[in-house]
Design a protein around this ligand. Structure first.
Ligand code: M6R
Length: 622
C-alpha cells in the first residue's frame, strides 16, 4: 500500500525523505515521488516509476533538491496505472506532463487510501474551472482543498476540514501550502499515519520503522483529525477546527530491529528472530509461572460468560485463527468460528455480549480486519485484538488488546509476527481453559512448561536449516505444490502454502488431506510435490494414507513430523523432523521449516524475497 513520509526541520529534507521511504518499501509500491520546499520558493516535485533507486538517482540521492521541508510518497496504484503522471505528490495548479519540476501551486499533497466519491467531486471541480492531469483520486482531494482554501479565504486547517466532510473513503493526507513554507498539514481517516517529533524537527510516516532512526517520540493522529506540523511542534485539530490535546507515545522498538543486521534478507533475519519474538510475547503473558492477562483488561467474569468465539483476520493472521480454533475448542471447550475479515464484515452473523470476537493483525491497520472489528462492536460483541503494532488503529479501537512483542517486521511475508500471534493465541487458550475449569491447575502448569520450551526448540530447528536449503534447490523448478494435513496440521498447511506461493510464485494449495479425493487429486501428476504435515498422533496415519494416494499418481512426497514419534521415511521421499511438544502447540514448530523452505525457494529462483510482486505489507484498502 502507499507509503507517506514528511520532514520539516533544520536539515535538508530530501535525503531524509528518501531514507524514510526506503524503510517503507516493504509496504509495496510501483512509483515514488518527493516535493520539497526551500523557504518561500516554489515546491520542487520529482517523481519516478519503478523502484525507489530511480527517484534517488534522479535527485542525486536527494542532494539535488534543496529545502528543509518536504513530503514523499511510494504509490501502490489503485486509481490509474503506475505511471509518472499518476505518481504522487499531486499539485493543485495546472500542470502538464508528469507534474514534475518547480510547480506553481498553492497546495501539494500525498495520499494513502481511496476516495470513493472522487468522480462526483471531480465533476464539481471541473464545473468550477479546475483541470486534471492525472487519473488519481488524490489529485481531486488536493484540488478540493485548494478550492476551499481560496473560495473561503480560510487557513489550511479549515480548508482541510471542509474537504474531509465532503470526501468519503479512507485517507492519510500530507499537504504543503505555498503560504506556509515550513509546515506540513496532515489529515487522517482509516489509513495509518504517525507524526514523530524531536527538539527541532518533525516527521510524518505511514509506519514506525520509517522514522525510528530519527525519533521515538510519536503521536498517533486520530481519525477525523488534522495536524499542523512545524519543526519540533505538532498541533491537532478536530473537524470543527478546535485544538485537541494528543498524547505523545514513546516507541520502545530498537532502531536496529528495522535493519538487516548482516542477513541477506529481512525475511531470514526475522525467521531467526522467532525464538526472541515468541519468548518476549510469552514472558509478557506469563509471570512467575502464572498467566497474567491483566494488561488486556479481560476479566475472569467476562471469560466465564463467553458462549462463542469468532476470530476474524486476513492472510497469515487468519491462519493463526485457524490454528487457534483447534486449541481453544479442545482445551477450553468453547465453540470457535474463524472468518476471513473481508467476509465477516459483510455477513449477518448473530453476535451478542456473550460472543468474544478476536481480531488478529500484525499491523493493526488492515482495512478488512478493522472493519470486522467495528462490525463486531456495533453488534454488541466483546472484542479482543491481538496486535503487534502499539497504538495502531485496531489496538486503539478494540475493547481489549493483547500485544505481541515481535518488534518491527519488514519482510512482506510474515514470519516472526505469525509465530508471536500463535503463541499469544495458545496462551490465551490455556488461560480460557484454566479460568473455565476445563483444565486442572496441574495440566495448566504442564502446558505452560511446554510453551516455555518452544523458543529453544525453534532455535534447534533453525540450526538444521542447511538441509532445507538443499531440498529447496532440488525443488526450485516445481510448478505445483500441495500442502496437506488434518486438524491443526491443516492450519499449518495453509500457512506453509501461503508462504511458499507469496514469495516463490510457485502455484501451491493447502488442502485438508481428507478432501483431496473430492476433486483436487486430479491435479496430481508425475513429480507434483505433496508436503504432508504430520504432527497429530490421531490423524497421522490417515494423512499418510492420503499422501500414498498421491504417490500412486506420481507425486513426490515430503513429510514434516516429530522426532521419534512417527517414522515416515519408508513412505516419503524427504522427511523433516522437528522436536516434540504438546500436540496443541505443534504449529509453532512445524511452521519454521515451511518458512525456511519458502525462503530458500524464493532465493533459488532469484526473486525479490522481501518485497514480492503485487503485494503490500499492510493492506489498508478494502
Ligand atoms: O497486518 P495483518 O496481520 O493484519 O496482515 C494480514 C495479512 O495481510 C498478512 O498476514 C499477509 O497475508 C502476509 N503477507 C502473509 O505473509
Amino acid at each position: 500500500m502507499c507509503g507517506i513520509v514528511g520532514y520539516t526541520g533544520r536539515k535538508q529534507a530530501a535525503p531524509i525523505l528518501l531514507d524514510s521511504l526506503s524503510r517503507l518499501e516493504y509496504r509495496g509500491y510501483d512509483s515514488a515521488g518527493l516535493a520539497v520546499r526551500n523557504g518561500t520558493a516554489l515546491a520542487e516535485v520529482v517523481k519516478a516509476t519503478g523502484k525507489l533507486h530511480h527517484l534517488a538517482d534522479k535527485t542525486d540521492q536527494g542532494r539535488a533538491l534543496a529545502g528543509c521541508c518536504g513530503i514523499g510518497h511510494t504509490r501502490w496504484a489503485t486509481h490509474g496505472d503506475p505511471s509518472l503522471v499518476n505518481a504522487h505528490p499531486h499539485v493543485s495548479g495546472n500542470c502538464s506532463g508528469s507534474g514534475s519540476g518547480a510547480v506553481e501551486s498553492d497546495v501539494v499533497g500525498v495520499h494513502n487510501g481511496i476516495i470513493e466519491n472522487y468522480t462526483e467531486l471531480k465533476e464539481k471541480l471541473l464545473r468550477r474551472g479546475y483541470t486534471f492531469y492525472s487519473e488519481t483520486d488524490t489529485e481531486v482531494a488536493v484540488k478540493l482543498v485548494d478550492y476551499y482554501y481560496k473560495k473561503y479565504k480560510i487557513g489550511p486547517v479549515d480548508a482541510i476540514t471542509r474537504t474531509m466532510v465532503r470526501i468519503r473513503g479512507s485517507y492519510a493526507l500530507a499537504l504543503m501550502f505555498k503560504d506556509f513554507p515550513d509546515e506540513i498539514f496532515a489529515a487522517r481517516k482509516d489509513s495509518p499515519l504517525i507524526i514523530g517529533t524531536d527538539e527541532e524537527e518533525s516527521f510524518l510516516a505511514s509506519d514506525v520503522p520509517a522514522i525510528l532512526k530519527y525519533t521515538r517520540q510519536v503521536y498517533y493522529i486520530d481519525n477525523h483529525q488534522v495536524a499542523r506540523v512545524s519543526p519540533g511542534k505538532v498541533v491537532f485539530y478536530d473537524l470543527n477546527g478546535d485544538e485537541v490535546p494528543m498524547p505523545l507515545t514513546e516507541i520502545t522498538w530498537d532502531a536496529e530491529a528495522a535493519e538487516k543486521g548482516g542477513y541477506e534478507h529481512f525475511m531470514l533475519k526475522e525467521i531467526h528472530e522467532e525464538p526472541a519474538a515468541v519468548r518476549d510475547t510469552l514472558n509478557s503473558m506469563v509471570k512467575d509461572g502464572k498467566i497474567d492477562l491483566s494488561q488486556t483488561g479481560l476479566t475472569e467474569d467476562v471469560i466465564r460468560s463467553i458462549e462463542q468465539i469468532d476470530i476474524a483476520a486476513c492472510g497469515s493472521a487468519w491462519h493463526v485463527g485457524m490454528a487457534a480454533q483447534y486449541v481453544i475448542e479442545d482445551l477450553a471447550e468453547i465453540p470457535v468460528r474463524v472468518e476471513l475479515a473481508s467476509e465477516f464484515r459483510y455477513r449477518k452473523l448473530p453476535l451478542s455480549r456473550n460472543t468474544l470476537v478476536i481480531v488478529i493483525s500484525q499491523s493493526g491497520e488492515t482495512a478488512d480486519s478493522l472493519a470486522a472489528l467495528r462490525v463486531a462492536k456495533e453488534r454488541g460483541a466483546v472484542t479482543l485484538a491481538i496486535v503487534n503494532v502499539i497504538g495502531s488503529t485496531i489496538a486503539r479501537e478494540a475493547d481489549h488488546v493483547l500485544y505481541t512483542l515481535a518488534g518491527p517486521e519488514i519482510a512482506v511475508a510474515t514470519t516472526k509476527a505469525y509465530s508471536a500471534q500463535l503463541i499469544a493465541a495458545d496462551v490465551l487458550a490455556v488461560h480460557l481453559a484454566a479460568v473455565r475449569g476445563t483444565v486442572s491447575p496441574e495440566r495448566e502448569a504442564g502446558l505452560l512448561e511446554e510453551l516455555a520450551a518452544i523458543p529453544d526448540k525453534i532455535s534447534r530447528i533453525l540450526e538444521e536449516k542447511d538441509r532445507l536449503q538443499w531440498f529447496s534447490s532440488k525443488m526450485a523448478n516445481t510448478h505445483d505444490i500441495f500442502f496437506i494435513g488434518r486438524g491443526l496440521d491443516y492450519a499449518i498447511s495453509l500457512e506453509g502454502s501461503l508462504k511458499m506461493k507469496e514469495i516463490s510464485y510457485i502455484h501451491s494449495e493447502a488442502y485438508a488431506a481428507g478432501e483431496l479425493k473430492h476433486g483436487t487429486i486430479s491435479l496430481i501428476e508425475n513429480n507434483t510435490l505433496v508436503i504432508g504435515v504430520l504432527t497429530q498422533k490421531e490423524l497421522y496415519e490417515k494423512t499418510v494414507s492420503n499422501m500414498m494416494e498421491c504417490k500412486s499418481r506420481g507425486a513426490f512426497l515430503a513429510g514434516i513430523t516429530t522426532n521419534g514419534n512417527f517414522s515416515v521415511e519408508d513412505s516419503v521421499n524427504f522427511t523433516v523432523y522437528i522436536p516434540k511438544t504438546d500436540e496443541h502447540f505443534m504449529a509453532s514448530l512445524a511452521i519454521v521449516p515451511l518458512q525456511l523452505l519458502a525462503y530458500y525457494t524464493s532465493v533459488n529462483r532469484g526473486l525479490d524475497v522481501d518485497k514480492p510482486r503485487n503485494l503490500a505489507k499492510s493492506v489498508t484498502v478494502e
